[in-house]
Write a protein that binds this ligand. Structure first.
Ligand SMILES: [Zn+2]
Length: 370
């Protein structure tokens, strides 16, 4: 139920200066390398990089000293990727015989180099990152990795053969013999109901592309496609979900992205809390949290990275977000949520005039009498 930040190429390009770069790669042999392979591609990475990690739709590669990283996403994407990148700000590239694009940007002392390629209705996004000072040292590894990139024969695993069922603003994609095959209309209706509820609740007028929901039978089924379910790609309006995931959660990630044109607070607590609050299960998260606290009686740490370490985080987050909305208004919450202040602590101070931890304590006090 993680959300993935959109590539954000467009906003980044608009906001900051970019550098045009050459696609030429140095023809050096990679001295020692290891191989990573999945359904879609095979890539070699230097032996002083760590074992890659699969995090939702991306595979994350990191050099031992943390100075260079690469993440690769493979996603179904039927539209032309040329629409994603302003032509005059990118450079054409050939990767494993396929035409792609390269964009290099500098932001907050970091250099980010994107490569985008499309094959068999899939989009492959490779994103290299390094600090400006380390860039030169990372360049050779980057070139070598890109050069070693090879597509596997994944036609049978592409999403091109999946069935499509469209209902209002939702396009449902599912394979033949999917577990939702016989209940597709009902399944779609439940999602539309959730979508309508969430857009109304957040007062978002939907004037965007339909939401594409890719429905998998099981976690293993997702893993075959290199995906860790479920998750949303807000901005792309893509959702990858298990057939039995709660209807509203990922939809809430997609819809809330448009409260203010893609501006979202960088806070797992607030993003996951809102999505869980709107997941359409009718669960009483205040009650659940109060019960957990009584049983375990621990101090809750929910800010920053602590959120992901807490096994009850989603339940707590939903309760906390509901508390903020009920106590301080939905309007204030929306302003707080959809703003370009990407410092969680600063955001609490700016919008609630209180430290995040003060609000967490206030909410816990409230639950004691719930
Ligand atoms: Zn989520």
């Amino acid at each position: 139920m993680k959300i993935i930040k959109r590539v954000s190429i467009l906003p980044i390009l608009v906001l900051i200066s970019f550098l045009l770069v050459s696609c030429d790669m140095k023809d050096e042999e990679m001295s020692e390398s290891k191989t990573y392979s999945n359904v879609y591609y095979t890539i070699k990475y230097p032996s002083n990089w760590r074992e890659p990690e699969l995090i939702a739709p991306k595979v994350f590669f990191l050099k031992d000293d943390n100075k260079c990283s690469l993440d690769i996403k493979a996603l179904p994407y039927k539209d032309s990727i040329e629409d994603l990148i302003p032509k005059d700000e990118s450079e054409e590239c050939i990767i494993d015989g396929n035409k792609g694009y390269k964009v290099k940007i500098e932001e907050n002392n970091e250099i980010i180099t994107f490569y985008l390629i499309q094959k068999n209705d899939m989009l492959f996004e490779m994103m290299f990152k390094s600090q400006v000072d380390d860039y030169k040292n990372c360049l050779a590894s980057m070139d070598q990795m890109i050069k070693s990139f090879e597509f596997n024969d994944f036609e049978s695993m592409s999403f091109a053969n999946w069935n499509q069922f469209t209902i209002e603003n939702i396009e449902v994609y599912y394979p033949n013999n999917s577990v939702i095959n016989d209940t597709i209309e009902e399944w779609g209706k439940d999602r539309v109901e959730a979508f309508n509820y969430i857009t109304e609740y957040l007062d978002v007028q939907w004037e965007y592309e339909p939401i594409k929901m890719y429905v998998f039978d099981s976690e293993e089924h997702g893993e075959q496609y290199g995906l860790q379910l479920g998750f949303a790609l807000p901005g792309y309006n893509h959702i990858f979900t298990l057939h039995n995931q709660y209807p509203g959660h990922e939809l809430a990630h997609c819809v809330s992205y448009y409260i203010n044109n893609g501006e979202r607070i960088d806070s797992a607590l607030i993003n996951e809390g809102l999505a869980t609050h709107l997941n359409m299960t009718g669960k009483d998260y205040h009650r659940m949290t109060a019960d957990i606290l009584q049983e375990k009686s621990y101090t809750i740490k929910l800010l920053g990275d602590d959120f992901r370490k807490n096994e009850d985080a989603y339940t707590f987050g939903a309760s906390f977000v509901k508390y903020l909305i009920d106590k301080y208004s939905l309007e204030l919450f929306k302003e707080f949520f959809a703003q370009n202040q990407y410092n969680e602590e600063e955001s609490f101070r700016e919008f609630y005039d209180k430290e995040g931890n003060v609000l967490v304590n206030e909410w816990m006090d409230y639950l004691k009498t719930y």
